[in-house]
Design a protein around this ligand. Sequence first.
Ligand SMILES: [Zn+2]
Length: 516
Amino acid sequence: MEITFHGSAGTVTGSCYQLKSETKNILVDCGMYQGRKEFEQLNYQPFRFNPAEIDAVVITHAHIDHTGLIPKLSKAGFRGKVYCTPPTKSLAEILLPDSAYIQEMEVERKNRKALRSNKELLEPIYTLDDVERVLQSFIPVKYGKEININSEFKVIFRDAGHILGSSIVEIFFNGKKIVFSGDLGRHNQPLITDPEYIKDTDYLVMESTYGNRFHIQPESKKDQFARIVKKTIRKGGNLIIPSFAVERTQEVIYILKTLMDSGEIPKLDIYLDSPLAIKATEIFSKYPCGYDEIAQEMLSKEEDNDLFKFENLKFSLTAEESQKLNSIRKNAIIISASGMANAGRIKHHLKHNLWRPESTVLFVGYQAEGTLGRRILDGNKTVRIHGEEISVKAEIEIIEGFSGHADQKDLMNWISNFEEIRECIFLVHGDDDSRENMKNLIEETTNYKVILPDLFEIIDLTNFEIRYKGEVIEPDKKLNEILEGFNSKLSDYLKDPEKVKIVNDYLKELKDKLVG
Ligand SMILES: [Zn+2]
């Protein structure tokens, strides 16, 4: 039996592991590479295996960096079954078509540029047709149920507590067991259950995204929301929340509802203005089995037996419904996508509220460089939205600690709950620092063997012989050198840190454009 790390090794995205015996061949996850251009380009390259020879795919959870290339697999000849939990199937049914749409748009944009410079045109990685075909082969399997996916592999899904339906996957083959942690959730995060502990395994493939970080929370999320809502009411404006459609949005609604039910904040209208987030919220209503005890108890008191159906939660599905919100001046909470404010309906709400000192814009997640959210958070006095310069006068807030990932303490706690890991731990899904740090910690506190595989590395599980050494994908060195050199010269020249920041931001944008 050999394992190949097709993604999430030396990067945190593109999760995809191949288990290959003499006769059978399965994948765990088949995710999209995201982030750095060098990795994103891999999405356009052929798979390093023959998709027609893959018998089955097992999915840990619905995030695109774990599922985003399954339609490409189908386009390239895969005709097997895809196994996942029922909520993961439902979420994939909304996220994969959305992904097809996004990347078709992206290819169109790139091709317009390519036409101008006489470069070769790109083909979309896959289309909606590919998505629809592969979704037919999804088989929903409940947590804890043992299923034979073929003559050699048996699979059990366990709750990973990361997003609704997320799983740790136990795979049994030839008298051995391998556990894939998937993305592990945090303990005591709002709404969803905590990760399950696993008793023993031969091999463990484990994520280490937050292997060198801790979630610090000086003030509870609930207290922060209460403070921000009350302040916005006092000022007489609206509260605008750019949010990610799946999980984050539902957590935010859940926290707001809890505060309203307990009377800590008045019952304000909450408008959910994002078709994707609305669909995701309906999936959360459909699978209350994924809620933690506190949410279950709250649910039992609901008349309609639905946490996401209450009088002051309003869904704005159509463009007209969305536009109506523009005329609301105060006491509205508007949650809209995207989470980094770089696309979607949120831009309209920012345009109508950013210039008003009485309104508040509240970010509930990481804002990447080059996004509108980051520019607002960085304190720019004006930002450009739909071609207009909008002054930023609203109060800008951020509530951190919304990550769905276990931090170092949670990860170490999860490992310590194993009674036995007989062969080894492969650390994946983390930056190099993070993986190194976790490796050291595990080796200091246990006697487990830890391996850090590189991208595309092939390892024989019977004797740990490396069949293929793997690859380290370096960033575009030349471009980085030029930019760094230019930056340092510029810093000498411009002594005013404000000016340096403006130019740096511009350079970052320029770099994104050149690279992307
Ligand atoms: Zn995830």
